[in-house]
Design a protein around this ligand. Structure first.
Ligand SMILES: [Zn+2]
Length: 483
């Protein structure tokens, strides 16, 4: 291989705390411009920031979920730069003592193996406001400061990614993990998860290794645009290398923006100098010490992460990879499944019912499993009724919908509606006799060796008994009578 693609990511994630990072303004998305601001997040003279402890907790939770080391002491620093969306003229961030360091995420590599992506650091900072440029031809810009002071995590990876597809998988894995621990909704469309990527090539020629200039790619707003932007960039850098042999040592780093509509990246800033942000410790905020007890308490809340759960479902429960992925699509769904399947000899059956019937119900009503009127224990009682032969699997589907609609218990519904399975052999025998008389052709077919005909006859017996016949008994009686 002549070219090796080298990618590192900087991911910014908005934390879902009730209030902003250093003031009591509500931390929500959108709204009337400049309606959620106060002297602190506007940086007015004399105002004093106070650290939101929920932000610290969320940062530790995220760090634990990413296998990071949590600092015993951490502090905030001022990062200075001038931009209209930053009314204070500096951003409260973390410079030399980030809250989390180390850590890693394992993702599927492009060659099918496992890729370990090392995380350098995770630090807390506040978000800036937004510039709004109306597209009606007027040369004015508006400023919305609602987002100022929103708590952010910045997650910086080593350049361990080796393909555009891996960068996309990495960001998806971060989203999944942070959603699972409940610290962010990681909604890329609303900007609560944003990703910049540093990309260059290692070129192997004449027994030597060369590095091409690094491009930092911005404005990638979806997993697809991460993939597309970086794929474009690989081609562009190969072309540039072949034409100019430009080296990293000479050209340094440039910033490029991705234009989604055109599918290309364009130069924004050439040969970026190491910016002088004049970092210094934030004088209005004391360093924070984080106790071992606090970390241990938060560890308990991290719980099982999706990848870990999937391994268990596939390895111990014999569930397919696709089903395991679906069951872990949300922490609530995985919790529901695990609680319902606890101690059941065939967890796969429970999984099948959830992924077919429960998912269908949730999708039709656009609700989450945590909004379902049936909790995992009530759901398990329904499965137990099937296992005990009280109702058939088919009836169970109807009963489930009733349970979810009314919140009633399974047993109450089947008693109320007279759905209890007929395992009285006389009643089933009568239905079997009638079906044989009414379908002489099929009965003859079966007798002549057409095994398939029994399926049709069974269907008729179930129809006649409104689905209530015990299927095992019914088929046994059918075979006996058709001997
Ligand atoms: Zn505020």
């Amino acid at each position: 291989m002549k070219y090796e693609v080298v990618i590192g990511c900087e991911v910014h994630v908005q934390l879902q705390t009730r209030s902003k990072a250093f003031c009591r303004c509500p931390n929500t998305f959108g709204g009337e411009p400049n309606s959620r601001v106060c002297p602190v997040c506007m940086g007015l003279p004399g105002s004093l920031p106070v650290t939101n402890s929920a932000m610290i907790e969320a940062a530790i939770l995220a760090g634990l979920a990413l296998d990071c080391d949590i600092a015993g002491v951490t502090k905030f620093d001022r990062k200075h730069y001038v931009y209209p969306d930053l009314p204070k003229g500096y951003q409260i961030s973390q410079f030399d003592m980030p809250i989390c360091t180390g850590g890693h995420i394992d993702i599927p590599a492009s060659d099918g193996s496992l890729r370990r992506v090392r995380i350098i650091r995770v630090h807390m900072e506040e978000d800036a406001g937004k510039n709004i440029h109306p597209d009606d031809g007027r040369s004015v810009s508006y400023l919305d400061y609602n987002r100022c002071g929103t708590p952010l995590l910045e997650i910086v990876s080593e350049p361990d990614l080796r393909a555009p597809q891996e960068a996309s998988a990495y960001v998806q894995a971060i989203r999944e993990i942070l959603r699972a621990v409940g610290v962010s909704d990681c909604n890329m469309e609303e900007g609560s998860l944003r990703c910049d990527a540093n990309i260059n090539l290692w070129v192997y020629e004449d027994g030597k290794k060369y590095a091409t200039p690094i491009a930092e790619i911005k404005n990638m707003n979806s997993f697809r645009s991460i993939r597309n932007a970086l794929e474009y960039e690989v081609k562009r850098q190969v072309r540039e290398w072949e034409q100019s042999r430009l080296l990293l040592e000479v050209a340094g780093k440039t910033t490029r923006g991705y234009l989604e509509a055109k599918g290309i990246t364009v130069l924004q800033r050439a040969k970026e100098e190491a910016s002088d942000y004049r970092y210094f410790p934030e004088p209005d905020l004391k360093p924070i010490s984080i106790s071992r007890e606090m970390i241990d308490a938060l560890k308990a809340r991290v719980g099982a992460l999706p990848a870990e759960r999937r391994r268990r479902y596939i390895g111990e429960y014999g569930i397919t990879e696709q089903d395991a992925l679906n069951l872990t699509s949300s922490a609530a769904m995985a919790d529901f499944f695990e609680a319902a399947a606890a101690g059941h000899p065939e967890p796969k059956r429970i999984s099948n019912f959830i992924l077919a019937e429960v998912k269908k119900y949730l999708n039709q009503r656009s609700i989450g499993v945590d909004e379902l009127a049936v909790d995992a224990r009530a759901f398990r009682r329904l499965i137990d009724l099937v296992d005990a032969g009280k109702i058939s699997g088919k009836i169970a589907k109807e009963v489930f919908v009733d349970m979810a609609d009314t919140g009633k218990d399974a047993l109450a519904i089947i008693e109320e509606k007279g759905l209890i399975q007929i395992d009285n052999s006389d009643a089933i025998a009568q239905a079997v006799d009638e079906v044989i008389v009414e379908n002489p052709d099929s009965a003859a077919d079966y007798k002549n060796g057409k095994e398939k005909a029994i399926g049709f006859l069974m269907g008729q017996v179930m129809k006649k008994t409104k689905g209530k016949a015990n299927p095992a008994m019914a088929i046994q009686l059918l075979r006996a009578k058709l001997k």
